[in-house]
Design a binder for this molecule. Structure first.
Ligand code: NAI
Length: 731
């Protein structure tokens, strides 16, 4: 806390938040205690006329509450009192006898945003890293330090609901437009300008004037919006719409947004103006918020989501090597991609998006044009969604240099090969490449099914070569499997691992074996769906059962997305590698023979029509085409889930025993990030643990009797199941 009146004029004080020993500010125990300590001084200091809160961390205001505090709560009472104590601090803060101004450049999220909402005004920078939001729902929680109470009063009910229910983060411009930020100032000299703004507007703020834009009531503003928000009928329409939107999106699997809705609704009699609440009204509203927060904080869903959050944090600190092994690595400054197809184009786009100048090589100009076109389509969508500006798009696209030869390759730090999936072609391409790149260049292959070790066998420098398996579509799928071949050295594994993080992806290190991790686990899942189909279960029934379970799409739709021909090819590779348990379902051959390849030719298990084949339709003729008579209801949804999901658990147990991945956490992360396995279930093996390994074993044994030997439990699972031990060590 410092008196800055000498620089900025009488009465201007500044409080700096700067968590020692950390890169970002978090509201943890220390920060909260520090806050508690400084409050009495703030309350009685008569010299302060306006107080600005700034961050001592460049590019970060307060990233949120310290989630460890929440994780440590074992009962809802503990969680409630945690929330209550945070609320009380911010209430006292809100009640300070002079205006307070949050000076926000960088992330202002969760508890940080709640603190800013407790200030009289909020000034934001227009920098691209300045973001504000309440992302608590992402962790299965709701804001618990007054965010649910204060946000609607500042920006209106519709906007607040939109922000709290989706957890979206706003840039300065957006926050200003919606009335959340009271002023938007340029990033250059931001802090000083913001403090001057506070000084100049101190009197107006003290008088309770609103300096920012009027909120967009009803989400639209104007008289209709006002009517919507200020009448009970209008408000009930807003809530109803929000509730059906949430239920449609979450299928009731995520309780947090529903709780948030209830909290906003039940404190709703107090809504309708942008005034701040004080006294008992505020108390009651806060108490309701704390109850909602506490209930969620100890729920299974929130525990699972928080666990995944910590898993991704762990990846951020890891280097991809066994514990204790360290190597020095360099950041990748320039990259290259060979092959400008579906994957190559996507990878080049990703590199450019992360501001990495990239060479993209293919055999013909036509192929290169397709690659550039697919990259530019992704950027255009980002422009449309206002994620980037037109100018940024042009700059980023300009970072991709299409080439027909290896010109410029000598300077690149990392090359990803993404040519056709043929060993002979890949080996040749890699041998040629070796001669064209610098000594320290890392070389990676995006192969989805071929052996990295076999590719290495023809290379002069196999140590610097690894697999870097991106998933399709590259810009959306967060996982990258980093494949360690027999001769891949530590430097390369750590280099690729680090580079994945530089690209904003989540890497897991996987041993070189057929299907790596994710495709190997998916194989029995997809195959079983074909068995179910052959038994007369309808395409829609199968997909519905798995979507209800929480998968982003069912296995039938997934097959169409991947391509039925591609899925068939993979299934044969798996069969060859793992034998009978992975033998393709008899229906598979028939499926391929129909030449319905899936979404790419508009016809697969479903029909795809309209722009970019986005309209998916059921097709009753598929059954006669495959010679099946559909028998709706022949298998229950529960059995469908068991038959498709339990074999993945069984296979995961094998993968762990074989050291394909080092830890059950890798399986959970891999399946969530690579297939969209429902995050609220905490990952595949967390789900297995919630059932109990004995139960999984029993169910598999029953399925052997009913459906066949492909369900035979693996030795690893038998061992766990017989002792009913979990995959994850209990904490
Ligand atoms: P694609 O067929 O769309 O593209 C391959 C590109 O490589 C074509 O543009 C072709 O002209 C080019 N090419 C072929 N030989 C070349 C050479 N000697 N030099 C330079 N360019 C050459 O294939 P796609 O789907 O992009 O797959 C590429 C790789 O990525 C494969 O290894 C595949 O297994 C893998 N992969 C594919 C996924 C998918 O969903 N399509 C997912 C993950 C990995």
């Amino acid at each position: 806390l410092a008196d800055r009146s000498a620089e900025f004029g009488p009465g201007v004080w500044v409080m700096t938040i700067n968590k020692t020993g950390e890169k970002v500010n978090k509201l943890g125990r220390v920060a909260l205690d520090g806050f508690k300590e400084v409050l009495p001084e703030l309350e009685k200091n008569k010299a302060i006329e306006v107080l600005c809160v700034v961050s001592g961390k460049p590019g970060n205001f307060i990233a949120g509450a310290d989630i460890d505090l929440i994780r440590q709560c074992t009962t809802s009472q503990e969680a409630e009192s945690l929330s209550r104590s945070g609320q009380k601090l911010l209430n006292r803060w809100e009640d300070l006898p002079y205006p307070t101004v949050a000076v926000v450049d960088g992330a202002c999220l969760g508890g940080g945003c709640e603190m800013a909402l407790g200030c009289t005004a909020l000034v934001m920078s227009n920098s691209s890293s300045a973001r504000i939001g309440l992302p608590e729902v992402m962790l299965g929680l709701i804001p618990g330090m007054g965010g649910c109470v204060r946000l609607p009063r500042k920006v209106g009910l519709a906007t607040a609901l939109d922000m709290i229910l989706t957890g979206k983060q706003l840039r300065g411009e957006q926050a200003f437009k919606l009335g959340l930020a009271d002023a938007l100032l340029p990033q250059e000299e931001f802090e000083a300008a913001a403090i001057r703004w506070a000084r100049n507007n101190a009197n107006a703020l003290k008088a309770g004037k609103r300096l920012g834009k009027e909120p967009k009531l009803g989400g639209m503003g104007g008289p209709v919006g006002t009517l919507m928000e200020k009448t009970p009928i209008g408000r009930s329409v807003i809530f109803k719409k929000a509730r059906s939107g949430v239920l449609g999106k979450t299928r009731g699997q995520y309780p947090a947004p529903i709780e948030a809705l209830d909290v906003l609704m039940e404190t709703g009699s107090l809504l309708g103006s942008s005034d701040r609440l004080r006294g008992t009204e505020r108390e009651e509203a806060m108490a309701r918020e704390a109850k909602g927060f506490a209930k969620l904080a100890v729920s299974e869903v929130s525990r699972n989501l928080i666990r995944i959050f910590f898993l991704t944090e762990k990846v951020k600190k890891a280097n991809g090597l066994p514990e204790g092994r360290e190597v020095a690595i360099r950041a990748v400054e320039t990259g290259a991609v060979i092959g400008a197809g579906i994957m190559g184009g996507g990878i080049a786009q990703l590199f450019a998006d992360k501001k990495i100048p990239t060479r993209m090589k293919d055999l013909t100009n036509q192929a290169l044009a397709l690659g550039v076109d697919s990259a530019s389509r992704i950027f255009k969508r980002q422009v449309k969604r206002r994620k980037i500006t037109d100018r940024e798009m042009i700059q980023k696209l300009g970072l991709i240099t299409p080439v027909l030869d290896h010109s410029g390759f000598r300077q690149v730090n990392l090359v990803v090969e993404a040519v056709v999936e043929r060993m002979d072609v890949k080996q040749k391409v890699l041998q040629e490449l070796e001669e064209q790149v610098g000594e320290k260049c890392i070389v990676a292959s995006n192969t989805s099914s071929l052996s990295v070790t076999e590719m290495q066998s023809v290379l002069k420098h196999p140590g610097r070569f690894a697999g870097m398996h991106f998933f399709n579509p590259v810009h959306r799928m967060p996982l990258v499997e980093v494949i360690r071949g027999e001769k891949t050295d530590d430097q390369t594994v750590a280099g690729v691992f680090q580079f994945c993080k530089q690209l904003g992806k989540t890497p897991i290190v996987v041993r070189d074996a057929p299907g790596f991790l994710v495709n190997r686990l998916l194989a029995p899942y997809m195959n079983e769906a074909a068995y179910l189909l052959a038994e007369g279960v309808t395409v829609d029934e199968i997909d519905q059962a798995l979507v209800e379970f929480g998968m982003p799409m069912g296995p039938m739709e997934l097959m169409d997305e991947v391509g039925i021909d591609v899925a068939d090819k993979v299934s044969h590779i798996m069969h060859a590698a793992f034998g009978e348990r992975m033998a393709p379902a008899p229906l598979s051959a028939k499926l391929v023979s129909t030449s319905r390849y899936g979404k790419k030719n508009g016809k697969g298990l479903y029909l795809y029509e309209g722009k970019e084949r986005k309209e998916k339709k059921s097709d009753p003729s598929i059954y006669s085409l495959l010679g099946i008579s559909p028998k709706p209801g022949v298998v229950t949804a529960e059995e469908m889930v068991d038959r498709t999901v339990l074999p993945m658990i069984n296979e995961a147990a094998r993968c762990l025993a074989e050291g394909i991945v080092a830890h059950p956490d890798d399986v959970d992360l891999g399946m969530i990030m690579g297939t969209g396995f429902p995050p609220f279930r905490g990952g595949l093996l967390r789900y297995a643990d919630s059932l109990g390994s004995r139960k999984v074993l029993e169910k598999l044994r029953k399925l052997v009797g009913k459906c066949g030997k492909r369900f035979e439990p693996s030795d690893a699972l038998v061992k766990l199941g017989e002792e009913n031990r979990p995959f994850h060590n209990p904490k």
